[in-house]
Design a binder for this molecule. Sequence first.
Ligand code: ADP
Ligand code: MG
Length: 209
Amino acid sequence: MDATTITTWMREIDAAVRTERDHLVQLDAAIGDGDHGTNMVRGFEAVVQALEAAGEQPPGKLLILAGRTLVSTVGGASGPLWGSALRSGGRVLGDDPSFDGGQLVNVLAAALASIKDLGTAAVGDKTMVDALEPAVDAVRARIGDGASVADAVADAAQAAEDGMRATIPLQARKGRASYLGERSVGHQDPGATSTALIVRALQKAIGQG
Ligand code: ADP
Ligand code: MG
């Protein structure tokens, strides 16, 4: 995996959040303020443009640029959270021109740690962490068992989607949805939903590599 994996991943996220924009807006309208779809589309559109303008750069630098771009273009909670996640992930890679499965595990683990540090959410709080943490656990376990990166990330995408669906019966304890108390129960978390798209997009990017 190399810089192309990162640019393809960001393009796949951009395409996925565009396709799912209205769905993400509806989910956020139910338990938040209805801007999650537009936030994600605005952010990843800007990321794709920034990466195109940046030209040839090592993959870690591209991730850092992507993170910075999200922070500066997305006003909602998801911008700083995913922005710091991608920046932390990028720092793991330094200036390396390519990376392997073990490094990918470290990138994703750093991204998760950064989201948890900044947002102080744990699994079960009905946030993006409910999708991302099981995905990181899955990829780490599969790479540890000697699976291919493609198989490991396929399992991670499945785990993220399972985690996303598991947010439906939960009561939100972080973010805007927590203001609703028990009324947040019965709705799928928008940030967990876009996170599942982000992990599925990584699988697509790796499949093209
Ligand atoms: P906002 O809530 O500011 O309008 P978005 O609508 O873009 O921002 O994003 C909402 C999503 O952000 C939620 O569905 C949730 O997954 C995630 N989120 C909110 N607060 C936190 C937090 N403290 N930690 C982790 N994720 C969070
Ligand atoms: Mg919102």
